[in-house]
Structures are given as structure tokens and as C-alpha cells.
Design a protein around this ligand. Structure first.
Ligand code: ZN
Length: 292
């Protein structure tokens, strides 16, 4: 297993982690500069942040700093109630692939969606099997496109508490079943993003990481699970402040040959987003070296 204690060369910052500084929105160019100043070598930005600053601006800035993208957040949200909705999702996902390509991301992360309308507060139906079928079909269609521009797709299984509104793919096993079906040749075009927040509890986690193997382990997201958790979405903990045995999981990843970045992804309305982003980034570096 790689020794992280000496430096932070394998640290990536998911830019949602410093989306706000002292409670105020922080523009992506400032986030990028703050990361580069600290010798952070990789980031994973969100589409809305990139759109606000302009894709060309961000692309040039990332290249000027020599930063890598451990991923691009995010595509997905495939389910819809009708053909028009499915087509809109398809087109938007193709644009996400194109943006990821322009930014030279390692992968496009897919949060696949749940019941249509649930994210806005009213689910259009209760048929989660139908959503899962649309997710499968949506990924299959997107894969045809993403292969042509060589942008790997990383399915991110989300904790089951998000099954209705964000992702009806909830375990590594489920995600890997889709990979096996759609990319049986293990081409590298389709894999998984392993986010410890979502999968740490899974009794099959070690087994499924081994099943994934190096070809399908495309990203590794870290934060911590706080007890109690005050908010289902925006109360993620800093590594070391919760109950997840992060080094153990990283060890399982690396036993398969994973040698990518550990990407810190923290959504924290009540704590980290209220602090100064410089303090947050410095803490990420310290914890990356000490407890990841
Ligand atoms: Zn994640």
C-alpha cells in the first residue's frame, strides 16, 4: 500500500468540498488557484461550477497549473417519465462527456438517478425497477458515445438512503452487474467510483472491490460518516472524524492495483462550508497524510 504520510501527491480535491468559504459561494477559479498554491495535483470539479466560470476558462486554467482531473462530476440522472425526458437526459449526458473530454478528466462520474421527479419533491411513480431498467439502457446508450471520445464512465453506487431521489444503483454489486452486462470485455470504458461514504457499510465491499479489479476501479472518494448524521446530504465528515476505516478500504483498492488519487468529497453545510476554504484545504492535506 502506498505511503501517504510523507506528502500529498495522491490527494485530489472534489471542488464541492470548498464550494463555499465562510458560507459564501467560492468561484471555481479561486478554488483551483488555492489548490495549486498548496501543491495539490488533482481536482474533480462539478459541472455547475465549470459552467459558471466558462469551460474554456477552466480548461486553460487547469492546463496552466498542470492539474489533473481525478473525475468530472457528474453525469447520470437517466430515468424519466417519457421519451422526451429520456432524450433530454441523453443529450445532457453527451454534453457532460464532451466537457470531461475537454478537461481531460480520468472519468465522468455517473449518479444515475432514482424515481423521476423525486429530487424535486414529488416522485412521478413508485416503480424503482422501471427506473433501474432506464438506468441500464441510459448507460448502454451513453457508453456507445463515450467510447468514441475515449471517456471512461464511472458508475457511483450511492447509499440506499438516496435510492428515491438520486441513485437507484446502491451497491457495488449492482454497479458491477451493469458493468459485466454492458462491457463484458473489461475494456476500461466502464467502471465504478468507490465513495467510502456510500459503501463502507456493505458486508460485500471487499469481495466486490476484488471483483471489480483494476480495470473497473476508476475513482476513490473519501470523507467520513459522522454519528449522529444531522443531514442526509450535507453532513459529511472530514476524514478521521467518523466511523469509516478508510485505510482498510484503500488497502482493498490498492490490492487490486488501484493507483489513482484519493479524492476528498465533503458536503457540509453546518461545518466545513462555514470555514475559510484555506483552512479546509489545509485540513484535507493533513488528514490525507494521517488517516487516509
Ligand atoms: Zn462521491
Amino acid at each position: 500500500m502506498r505511503d501517504f504520510s510523507e506528502d500529498h501527491r495522491w490527494l485530489s480535491i472534489n471542488t464541492a468540498t470548498v464550494r463555499k468559504s465562510r458560507g459564501v459561494d467560492l468561484p471555481l477559479p479561486e478554488i483551483i488557484d488555492a489548490c495549486a498554491r498548496r501543491g495539490i495535483r488533482a481536482i474533480s470539479p462539478w459541472r455547475d461550477q465549470v459552467a459558471a466560470a466558462g469551460l474554456d476558462t477552466i480548461s486553460a486554467q487547469v492546463k496552466a497549473h498542470g492539474l489533473e482531473l481525478s473525475g468530472y462530476c457528474r453525469g447520470g440522472m437517466f430515468p424519466a417519465v417519457d421519451a422526451g425526458g429520456l432524450a433530454a437526459a441523453r443529450d445532457d449526458n453527451r454534453r457532460a462527456v464532451d466537457e470531461a473530454r475537454e478537461l481531460d478528466a480520468k472519468c465522468l462520474v455517473l449518479v444515475v438517478g432514482g424515481l423521476p421527479g423525486a429530487l424535486a419533491g414529488k416522485a412521478a411513480h413508485k416503480d424503482i425497477a422501471r427506473s433501474r431498467a432506464q438506468v441500464r439502457d441510459g448507460i448502454a446508450e451513453l457508453l456507445d458515445y463515450s467510447r468514441t471520445v475515449r471517456m471512461p464512465l464511472a458508475i457511483e453506487p450511492l447509499h440506499p438512503m438516496y435510492a428515491a431521489d438520486r441513485a437507484c444503483v446502491n451497491t457495488m454489486e449492482q454497479a458491477l452487474d451493469i458493468c459485466d452486462e454492458l462491457d463484458p470485455g473489461r475494456s476500461g470504458a466502464l467502471g465504478v467510483a468507490v465513495d467510502v461514504y456510500h459503501v463502507w457499510w456493505d458486508p460485500k465491499l471487499q469481495q466486490q472491490i476484488a471483483r471489480a479489479g483494476r480495470d473497473r476501479l476508476l475513482a476513490f472518494h473519501v470523507c467520513d460518516w459522522l454519528t449522529p448524521t444531522a443531514d442526509l446530504l450535507n453532513d459529511r465528515g472530514m476524514m478521521g472524524d467518523g466511523v469509516i476505516d478508510i485505510p482498510r478500504i484503500r488497502g482493498w483498492m490498492e490490492a487490486q492495483g488501484f493507483a489513482g488519487y484519493s479524492e476528498v468529497e465533503i458536503f457540509s453545510t453546518a461545518n466545513w462550508w462555514r470555514r475559510d476554504h484555506g483552512e479546509v484545504l489545509d485540513t484535507c492535506i493533513q488528514r490525507h497524510q494521517a488517516v487516509v
